[in-house]
Ligand binder design. Structure first.
Ligand code: IVH
Length: 582
């Protein structure tokens, strides 16, 4: 009997670990959420009843157990080295030439991403995860086994049994989307945002409470390894093996025969950099053949067979010229920092919005200050902080407005960190809301840019957002410079795009605080019709995976607002029609 239970527990562990791998590493789940939940629940119940049979590599260990008192020290069997940098193509050329000259041979090279996160090592004994450590000073790191266990892309059991000890090295990183979400949550909770995805990953691994790590959507990318029984003869074979064993590896991985081929890979990577889901600060070029790696050996702190070929930096110093205050669609007042223009990842930048006034005060940005500006991926730039050492004493404090810069009404403090213009007729608010309604992830109205919004308001054709939906050709013809053809085109576009609106787009268009594109999709998937969402209780809303209490409250409040009554009337009058989902 007990033997049967033991077997079942083992079977469940194997199955769920396999499903986690499919979901988190391959991005291609083979079971439904419901089936997964059922198996997981069965395992939890069995482990509660028979704790003596619970396996060390059970997926239930990933939620993060007890808070630790401190991290013990781990001595690295083989030091975790850093890499020499090549900042320019000439420096890369020098590396390639030196290698060829020392070897008196022509090795091949591998090209992969240089991840920007926290370097960690994970150790397996006979295929089971036994220890995780940070790099530390390269010789000794911190024992973060419990924290790393919570990262779903670190297998608890390798998909193929490997005999003896295997150590895998890689980087714990946070994807840019997850980083942004985390910072939004921190700001909403009055906490200081992380400076970069790299800081967020380091801060999330090096916490004593592993349940915090578990909540932080971290990923581990493997790029190096060694063990008792590894048969790989080259780095490319090693990486293929790591992938086979269940690890995520660099999605860019090429074998190049010479300098020109490396440069080609570099140019391509650089052009794709802005669209990557995570930050990379360059490529790592490695001598591929292990026999050549061995021949080249190590310097005291870095291997002679590898080099980090850096991308142009995505951070720069500049000087603050002024700080303006902008009124957003919800009435939130957002400070905009205007600075001396700088080039960052190919774009000329001269302004960055701050999160809110609180953010401005916390960063203590003054006119004339030297600041660090940063840009990640294709995302709009932001101000990391000031460089206080550069202050001369001539910097000027920013005056925080007490009145709306657009309509003059008294500003109100709302919630943790927001200052708002509450005037429902504030023209700046309405203009920002119109721009939002027309934008790509809302109604996606082509030709309805910021200029048109400004004109529609300026010439009195739109006094409330609802007026947009009754505009006809004659209305557009009243605007200066608008001829027949353009007016017809705009009316056609308006008709087309409002008569067949997907539910998620409509939800996003409503502009509910905290509800962006992704949340709108979650809600549309769950409720299938706007009437259902309107009827949903707070409890219904928080039960949706990915919807927190604050968002649920915002949604409930929205459906009691005047704005919703206006949207509803547009639906009732058939001016907006939603796509019916069966
Ligand atoms: S290989 C013995 N490959 O960059 C060579 N390192 O600045 C081991 N890093 O400490 C390193 N991406 O933490 C390697 N694809 C990659 C990497 C990578 C990021 C980190 C690593 C290293 C640091 C050096």
């Amino acid at each position: 009997m007990n033997q049967g239970i033991r077997e079942r527990m083992k079977q469940l562990v194997n199955l769920i670990n396999q499903y986690d791998y499919e979901y988190y590493v391959l991005n291609s789940p083979s079971v439904s959420d419901a089936e997964y939940d059922r198996l997981y629940k069965e395992l939890v119940e069995l482990e509660e009843r028979y704790p003596e049979y619970a396996l060390s590599y059970s997926p239930t260990k990933r939620v993060g157990g007890k808070v630790q008192e401190g991290f013990s020290e781990v001595e690295h069997l083989v030091p975790m080295l850093s890499l020499e940098n090549a900042q320019t193509k000439d420096e890369l050329k020098k590396f390639i030439d030196n290698v060829a000259e020392s070897l008196k041979a022509s090795p091949t090279f591998t090209v992969e991403y240089k991840f920007d996160g926290l370097a960690c090592s994970v150790v397996y004994q006979d295929g089971l995860f036994v220890q995780g450590a940070t790099r530390g000073d390269g010789f000794k790191g911190e024992n973060v086994t419990e924290n790393l266990k919570t990262i779903r892309t670190i297998p608890l059991q390798l998909s193929k049994e490997t005999q003896g000890r295997l150590e895998v090295r890689g980087e714990v990183i946070m994807h840019i989307d997850d980083f942004k979400k985390l910072n939004e949550e921190r700001l909403a909770g009055g906490l200081e945002p992380f400076r970069s995805p790299r800081n967020a990953s380091a801060g999330s691994v090096r916490v004593l409470d592993p349940s915090i790590t578990a909540k932080r959507k971290l990923k581990f990318y493997a790029y190096y390894g060694f063990g008792d029984k590894l048969s790989a003869k080259s780095h490319s074979e090693l990486v293929a093996l790591l992938k086979d064993l269940g690890f995520l590896v660099s999605p860019l991985f090429e074998v190049a025969r010479n300098y020109d081929e490396i440069i080609r890979a570099y140019e391509k990577a650089l052009s794709e950099r802005a669209n990557l889901p995570f930050e990379v600060d360059g490529l790592v070029v490695k001598v591929n053949e292990h026999r050549f790696q061995e021949e080249l050996g190590f310097r005291s702190r870095s291997p002679r067979w590898a080099v980090a070929f850096k991308f142009p930096p995505n951070e720069a110093y500049t000087k603050v010229k002024e700080v303006r205050f902008q009124v957003g669609r919800t009435g939130a007042i957002t400070p905009v920092c205007v600075f001396e223009s700088v080039f960052l990842s190919g774009a000329k930048l001269s302004r960055a919005t701050l999160h809110n006034i609180e953010d401005l005060l916390r960063k203590d940005i003054r006119i004339g200050d030297t600041i660090v500006v940063r840009r990640q991926g294709d995302v709009i730039p932001y101000v990391v902080g000031v460089v206080p050492e550069k202050r001369t004493g001539h910097e000027k404090q920013v005056e925080i407005p007490s009145e709306c810069p657009e309509c003059g009404s008294l500003l109100q403090k709302r919630g943790q960190a927001g200052v708002f213009c509450e005037n429902s007729l504030c023209p700046a608010k309405l203009e920002a809301y119109l721009e939002y309604i027309f934008s790509k992830n809302c109604l996606n109205l082509e030709g309805f840019g910021s200029k048109i919004c400004e004109k529609l308001l300026h010439f009195g054709l739109v006094k409330s957002f609802a007026d947009v939906f009754t505009l006809d050709r004659d209305d557009f013809l009243k605007l200066p410079g608008f001829k027949d053809k353009l007016a017809t085109k705009l009316v056609d576009e308006l008709k087309n795009k409002t008569q067949n609106v997907e539910l998620w787009r409509f939800i996003n268009t409503l502009g509910i605080p905290n509800v962006g594109r992704e949340t709108s999709k979650l809600l549309a998937d769950r409720f299938l019709a706007i009437e259902e969402l309107e009827k949903a209780s707070y409890e219904d809303l928080v039960s949706v995976n990915g919807i927190g209490p604050e968002t649920a409250r915002a949604i409930s409040n929205f459906f009691k607002s005047q704005s919703w009554r206006e949207w509803k009337s547009l639906l009732d009058r058939g001016l907006i029609k939603l796509v019916k989902t069966s």
